[in-house]
Write a protein that binds this ligand. Structure first.
Ligand SMILES: Cc1cc2nc3c(=O)[nH]c(=O)nc-3n(C[C@H](O)[C@H](O)[C@H](O)COP(=O)(O)O)c2cc1C
Ligand SMILES: CC(C)CC(=O)C(=O)O
Length: 354
């Protein structure tokens, strides 16, 4: 029996320590950006086409370093062992089984080598990407890159929306600063000079990214792009993709919803590199709206954490299957047989005369 996403979320809320629930659920400041990610989808409608002969459908999607069965990726989120003892291993197995792309966070509680091996044990072709924040000490950044390469990751995702950490008022109120005893940020343990803290910095520029580009042959994607001018700079810097995201409303609370930022970015990038999107995707219709507005794939952050906390690997499988099945259903209702057939004319503002 597959639960609804709302059912899994409720079960997760009941199972989690309330402080940890708040860490997963919360956003920055007044949580406007967090709420807007979901609300913005509600302001859009799908205007379907009919009689398109789309009884056979194909959701396969090509991404940098990945041939995915579905246009879905698991967004990088920290600390999966706070949600379930199997942590990132469960997430990796479920994501590989779904044929989706896993972006494993540098703030994972299982090291990237073990995460990637767990995914490959389910499907030898499973795509695992490694997410990192550039570290002030370039030796640490380089080590993280080498660990990801050695693990067999097929792309790197550099998160660029966090020159400083967002103000998470729930965490401040709850006094949540550190992982409980027994859990570590596993990728940060085996580093030059010993274990390190994740170190965010506002000092980075496009020049640092060029240095990273020279350091590895892996495809590089930037995560946390909201301005079309930055999307253009990413294309010019030779990036292999961008992820439009406001970090699930956890960084700049005044940021637009990802789905609102997407159209001008898609038009600036003009098909030169894939544009991915995350933030507030909770239903197949949200995914179809994003794909129609030009996203190549959509990411799920909290829904995966709710599945994991509710029922471990099986819960994550349920979340990914729910979204896949709904995506296929809505695609059919819109008259499309492939994500690439979804076009922007299918999306209209709610309340308009269309
Ligand atoms: C608990 C939590 C931890 C996160 N950790 C990271 C992280 O380590 N790196 C990162 O780039 N983004 C991180 N994010 C942001 C997600 O990758 C993603 O952008 C966001 O969750 C998408 O929105 P959604 O939760 O509405 O699906 C985190 C989000 C949450 C909720
Ligand atoms: C603990 C952080 C590195 C991850 C996080 O909470 C975030 O990026 O939102």
């Amino acid at each position: 029996m597959i639960d609804s996403l709302a059912g899994l979320h409720e079960r997760a809320r009941q199972r989690l320590d309330p402080v940890h629930y708040d860490f997963f659920a919360g956003g920055a400041g007044a949580e406007v950006a967090l709420a807007e990610n979901e609300r913005a989808f509600g302001r859009l409608a799908l205007r379907p086409r009919v009689l398109r002969g789309n009884d056979i459908r194909d959701l396969r999607t090509t991404l940098p370093g990945a041939r995915a069965a579905v246009p879905i990726f698991v967004s990088p989120t920290a600390f999966h062992r706070l949600a379930h003892p199997d942590g990132e291993l469960a997430t990796a197995r479920a994501t590989a089984a779904a044929g989706a792309v896993l972006i494993s966070s540098m703030a994972a509680t299982v090291a990237i080598g073990e995460v990637a091996a767990a995914a490959r044990a389910v499907d030898p072709a499973a795509a695992v990407w490694f997410q990192l924040y550039l570290q002030r000490d370039p030796a640490v950044t380089e080590h993280l890159v080498r660990h990801a390469e050695a693990a067999g990751c097929s792309a790197l995702v550099i998160t660029v929306d966090s020159p400083v950490f967002g103000h998470r008022e729930r965490d401040q109120h709850n006094g949540f600063h550190d992982l409980p005893a027994g859990l570590t940020t596993a990728n940060m343990q085996d580093l030059p000079g010993g274990p390190r803290e994740i170190d965010m910095s506002a000092a980075f520029t496009w020049a640092h990214l060029a240095r990273l580009r020279a350091l590895t042959r892996l495809p590089l994607l930037l995560k946390g792009i909201l301005h079309p001018a930055d999307a253009r700079l990413a294309v010019e810097a030779g990036l292999d993709g961008i992820i439009v995201s406001n970090h699930g409303g956890r960084q700049l609370d005044a940021a637009p919803a990802g789905i609102e930022a997407l159209p001008p970015i898609v038009s600036t990038v003009d098909g030169e590199i894939p544009v991915l999107l995350d933030g507030g995707v909770r239903r197949g219709s949200d995914a179809v709206i994003a794909l129609a507005l030009g996203a190549t794939a959509i990411g799920l952050g909290r829904p995966v954490l709710w599945g994991l906390a509710a029922a471990g690997e099986s819960g994550v499988r349920q979340v990914l299957e729910l979204i896949r099945a709904e995506l296929d259903h809505v695609l059919t209702l819109c008259g499309a047989s492939r994500p690439a057939e979804l076009t922007p004319d299918l999306v209209v503002p709610r309340g308009c005369r269309c």
